[in-house]
Design a protein around this ligand. Structure first.
Ligand code: 5GP
Ligand code: ZN
Length: 114
C-alpha cells in the first residue's frame, strides 16, 4: 500500500466505498465524477503507478483486470449495448490518480477518441 494513495486506501477499506465486485487481486467501484451513465473503475489491489511499473510476472493480473471488466459489464447490463475501457498513463493522458486502473464507460454513445 502506497501512503497517501486514494485507491490503496479504498482497497484496504480505510476509506469506505461500495464495491461492485471484489476478489484478492482487484476491486471495482463507481467513479466519483462519472463521465458516462455507467463509469466504473477496475483497480488492482497492489499499487502500480502505471503500466510501466508492471513486470512480466504481472501479465496474469493485467489480463484479470480485463476479464473482471467484462464480468462487471455483464453484471451492470451494458455488455450488449457496448462500452469502452480506458487506461490513462502519464501526463499527456491526463492521469489524475497515480495508481493503475481501468475505466469502464458505458450507457451512451461515446465520442470517437482523439
Ligand atoms: P485518471 O484520470 O487517473 O485515469 O482517473 C482517475 C479517476 O478516479 C477520475 O475519473 C476520478 O473521478 C476518480 N476518482 C478520484 N478520486 C476518487 C475517489 O475517491 N473515489 C472514486 N470512486 N473515484 C475517484
Ligand atoms: Zn495505490
Amino acid at each position: 500500500m502506497a501512503q497517501d494513495c486514494i485507491f490503496c486506501k479504498i482497497g484496504a477499506g480505510a476509506i469506505p466505498s461500495t464495491m461492485l465486485y471484489k476478489d484478492e487481486t482487484c476491486f471495482v467501484i463507481r467513479d466519483i465524477h462519472p463521465k458516462a451513465p455507467t463509469h466504473l473503475l477496475v483497480i488492482p489491489r497492489r499499487h502500480f503507478t502505471a503500466l510501466t511499473g508492471a513486470q512480466a510476472t504481472d501479465d496474469g493480473m493485467l489480463g484479470h483486470l480485463l476479464a473482471v471488466a467484462s464480468k462487471v459489464a455483464k453484471q451492470e447490463g451494458v455488455a450488449d449495448s457496448g462500452y469502452r475501457l480506458v487506461v490513462n498513463q502519464g501526463e499527456n493522458s491526463g492521469q489524475e490518480v497515480p495508481h493503475l486502473h481501468v475505466h469502464l464507460l458505458a450507457g451512451r454513445k461515446l465520442a470517437v477518441m482523439g
